[in-house]
Ligand binder design. Structure first.
Ligand code: DCP
Ligand code: MG
Ligand code: MG
Length: 560
């Protein structure tokens, strides 16, 4: 699946909207429990508050920050309602629901604009980042609304900064109107509120999202953005992660510099001296391109495009960040739990998108590695094909076993994790990526009703064209290593191992139930009669995707 790119105008005259849903997990949980609407609510994973609604934020006066231990939060605000958020299914589904609604609205609006001007519908690239963030490049749509003469030249929402560029100002005015209307539509359709940031780059749009929360929007006019950025912490810049921060700090300590990097201005002070600075930072980060990108971000220069990669996530992963994992027995147990979760998700993904992964990534982190882990990518065992494409239940234990074997050999070969060795792992993750369409296996008689439905649809659109395959997320080479754990497209954070679901009956299981009671085998033998909730959720997702979106999804895939 390739990524669609479009750049027709200079990057300084684009209109980009960044959306971020308000207290996302809490809003989704409260939507399902309307009686909690005015109560302070926190969502809990592994005894930590991962988010809270705005009632809780104002009542507990800062005591329920993300990642606060629940016990602390309860001390400060005893009336808190704690909801277990370890099952990510509702959040994943709500995220898909939102992005599908956004695409449908944009498509309708583009069609209307095209009908008025008698031209091709303008294209709006729409990129989902994590569960609750979406970037949209509305440049073409805004321009076409300006040309059609229907757009009012007025800002909607808050305005930050200034610009002397009249053309950009008009473009962002119209973009702010579009953003406002789209937010109103989303709130009515999904009952979830969201914030928006509007600017000429992804970086400034993203910064603007957080300026007026919740349920509001801000336009960031860029003329003095560089001055503003200097006062921020570099961690506020997307792309300046833990890894980059730690490497620079280590370098400063090693070189007897005691300045620290509290602000973006500090980073520019250290590396802002032209080519020399880029080279120096490039050596520290191990990549000059990355160094240049970071320094550009520090100066408010961000040319990155909004990449429209379709609705399907580029990678799917399951991870377990643990306090300590020191024995092979524990490694094996944790791997089976994570692989079961991965297989479960791949099964639903196969139903929805009719595809299967070709790469398996195994990520690990040892105690003392800080936030940085290592990720190794190897070919996905072929047993996964029957799970994703033909949805055969009896293939699941075989696939789990085979992935486990591969993961163990990766850990042994590349990390020295094996019997008789001393190790202490604090993270174990498995991921799937480099997806290809499942109809490459059609000749094997492996397709099912649902995949045939999708394939049939694709064929009806264009039976002659050959489909592209594979994602851009991981290297196409059979093996590859990266020195940090990549965040997946769905950016799922770790959840307790207690929350694994049986890929066959979809019931919640504890890790022990899965391992000691051998639930999957039993479930297979007794051909479990529990309702298959995952089939239900796929049905719901298909319903919310709608026929038109499916058509455009496949026609887009065929155009690539
Ligand atoms: N999340 C998580 N672990 C974290 C931070 C967040 O699991 N350390 C989850 C819970 C959030 C969701 O990701 O609901 C989105 O993260 P945001 O940072 O956007 O936070 P919220 O949407 O909850 O709140 P806000 O209104 O500030 O955007
Ligand atoms: Mg959010
Ligand atoms: Mg967010």
């Amino acid at each position: 699946m390739s990524i669609r790119r479009k750049r027709q105008r200079p990057v300084t005259s684009r209109a980009i909207i960044a959306f971020d849903l308000d207290c996302f997990y809490a809003s989704v949980a409260i939507r399902a429990r309307p009686h909690l609407k005015d109560k302070p609510v926190v969502i809990v994973q592994k005894h930590l508050c991962v988010t809270s609604n705005y009632v809780a934020r104002s009542r507990a006066k800062g005591a329920v920050q993300k990642m606060t231990p629940v016990s602390h939060a309860l001390q400060k605000c005893p009336e808190l309602v704690c909801i277990d958020g370890s099952d990510l299914t509702p959040f994943r589904e709500a995220s898909l629901e939102v992005v599908t609604a956004i695409r449908a609205w944009l498509a309708d609006r583009a069609r209307e604009a095209a009908a008025m001007s008698n031209t091709k519908p303008p294209f709006c690239a729409c990129q989902r980042l994590g569960f609750d963030e979406v970037f949209i490049d509305v440049t073409e749509l805004a321009l076409s609304e300006i040309e059609n003469g229907g757009a009012p030249f007025l800002f909607r929402g808050h305005v930050f900064g200034r610009t002397d560029d009249d053309e950009l100002r008009r473009l962002l005015m119209v973009a702010s109107q579009l953003s406002h209307q789209l937010r109103e539509y989303l709130i009515a359709k999904t009952q979830l509120t969201l914030c928006a940031g509007i600017s000429h780059s992804k970086q400034l749009a993203k910064l603007a999202v957080n300026m007026n929360k919740p349920n509001d929007q801000t336009v960031f006019l860029p003329d003095q953005s560089a001055e503003y950025l200097k006062t921020l912490s570099p961690r506020a810049l997307q792309g300046f992660g833990h890894g980059t921060h730690d490497k620079i700090i280590t370098w400063t300590k090693h070189n007897g510099k005691h300045e620290g990097i509290e602000t973006v201005a500090d980073v520019l002070q250290l590396f802002g001296d032209g080519q020399d600075g880029i080279r120096r930072l490039g050596t520290i980060l191990g990549n000059e391109q990355h160094a240049l990108h970071i320094l550009n971000l520090c100066r408010g220069v961000d040319h990155t495009e909004v990449l429209d990669s379709g609705d399907a996530p580029k990678s799917i992963s399951a991870e377990d960040s643990c306090r300590s994992c020191t024995t092979m027995e524990d490694v094996s147990r944790r791997l089976v739990v994570q692989i079961t979760r991965l297989v479960s998700r791949l099964r639903s993904d196969g139903q929805l998108f009719s595809r299967r992964p070709r790469a398996l990534s195994v990520s690990y982190r040892f105690r003392g590695d800080g936030f940085v882990g290592t990720s190794r990518s190897v070919p996905m065992p072929t047993e996964i094909v029957s799970v994703c494409c033909s949805q055969q239940n009896k293939a699941i234990p075989k696939a789990i076993e085979s992935i486990k074997k591969t993961a163990l050999s990766v850990l042994k070969e590349h990390a020295g994790v094996q019997e008789g060795r001393t190790f202490d792992l604090t993270l174990l993750a498995v991921g799937a990526s480099n997806f290809s369409d499942s109809d490459s296996f059609k000749g094997n008689g492996l397709t099912t009703d649902i995949s045939e439905f999708f394939i049939g649809k694709a064929k009806r659109i264009d039976s002659g064209k050959k489909k592209s395959s594979g994602t851009l997320h991981h290297s196409q080479t059979p093996t590859g290593v990266s020195n940090h754990v990549q965040r997946t497209d769905s950016k799922e954070r770790s959840t307790p191992e207690a929350e694994v679901r049986c890929p066959i009956c979809n019931s919640k299981l504890s890790g022990d139930n899965l391992m000691q009671n051998n639930h999957i085998d039993k479930c297979l033998k007794s051909s479990c009669t529990k309702r298959d909730k995952s089939a239900g959720s796929v049905k719901r997702a298909r319903k919310s995707l709608g026929t038109r979106t499916l058509d455009s999804y496949f026609s887009k895939r065929l155009q690539r």
